[in-house]
Design a binder for this molecule. Structure first.
Ligand code: NAG
Ligand code: NAG
Ligand code: NAG
Length: 261
């Protein structure tokens, strides 16, 4: 009973609502602890609504709030293929969740499949940052050689698409592995990156496949500057006309934390 009361009290007193979808992961940099009543903390509270509305509007925002040492820089982006509704649901959850998870840190990041949100007191826009998380399907492909050849070719193709200015950092595609199996892949850079930096971020993610995704049926690289994912089922929009269901319902993943801020 006592616990329940404490829980409710915490819930109602909290400046960030707790009810929101689970993220794939988050990072709170403990080297950047501040105090809840600091100007930086207040600026984070004022930055977040601005970040949310900008992301809902344009799918991406890089902005700041406040002055001097207490100035805080925020960046958020939705995956370019998701609907405005999915984007707005995701980024609202991200903003609610991040200040719960990182109440005292001024360098904080949160990853979802459909969006990413980050803030810090240093201006990080435009810089390649490959701190993040890997998620891999625990199952392995049956024909690694053939699979890796197709995977490499598809990654090359969608990476070169992602760096074209009109693409806003997004590349996606599919490739037939056999008459029954199709490989789907998507890459995306945050839109503050130049094409050269985007290519670099994607190359690092793909270059880490042998270490973190080796011969797995599916894998996700969630970095602070780019997203790389492949699966043997459809997972991006618009849905594949040849297989109009989003797959992945019973697939088991494991995650590896690889923060390197
Ligand atoms: C927190 O910050 C406020 C304002 O900057 C300051 O007055 C207060 O002493 C600080 N509290 C702690 C515990 O550091
Ligand atoms: C997949 O391969 C890895 C490494 O080769 C192995 O440790 C793992 O048990 C395999 N997974 C399954 C589900 O067989
Ligand atoms: C469609 O995708 C599901 C997984 O989402 C897969 O089980 C099924 O075999 C696929 N169907 C075709 C026709 O490729």
């Amino acid at each position: 009973m006592h616990h329940m009361y404490n829980f409710l009290l915490l819930f109602f007193l909290s400046r960030c609502m707790a009810e929101s979808a689970d993220s794939l992961g988050n990072f709170c940099n403990d080297d950047t602890k501040t105090n809840g009543s600091s100007q930086t903390s207040r600026n984070i509270d004022l930055l977040l609504p601005k970040v949310v509305s900008g992301t809902v509007e344009n799918g991406f925002i890089a902005t700041s709030y406040g002055e001097g040492d207490a100035r805080i820089y925020g960046l958020a982006q939705c995956r370019g293929d998701v609907s405005k509704d999915d984007c707005s649901g995701c980024i609202e959850d991200a903003a609610k969740h991040i200040c719960q998870l990182c109440p005292d840190q001024t360098d904080a990041r949160i990853w979802y499949d459909y969006c990413f949100l980050r803030y810090a007191t240093v201006k990080f826009f435009g810089e390649v940052d490959v701190s993040g998380i890997y998620y891999y399907n625990i199952e392995n492909v049956t024909d690694p050689d053939g699979f890796n050849q197709k995977l490499g070719a598809l990654m090359d193709q969608i990476s070169s698409e992602a760096v074209k200015p009109s693409q806003k950092g997004l590349g996606k595609g599919k490739s037939k592995i056999s008459s029954f199996v199709t490989l789907y892949a998507l890459v995306q850079c945050t839109r503050d990156l130049s094409d050269v930096n985007c290519a670099q971020c994607l190359a690092i993610g793909i270059g880490n496949f042998p270490t973190f995704c080796n011969n797995r049926k599916g894998c996700r690289v969630l970095y602070s500057s780019c997203y790389v994912r492949y699966e043997l089922y459809p997972f991006f929009f618009p849905l594949d006309p040849e297989n109009k269901s989003l797959g992945g319902g019973f697939v088991r993943y494991k995650s590896i934390l690889a923060y390197k801020p």
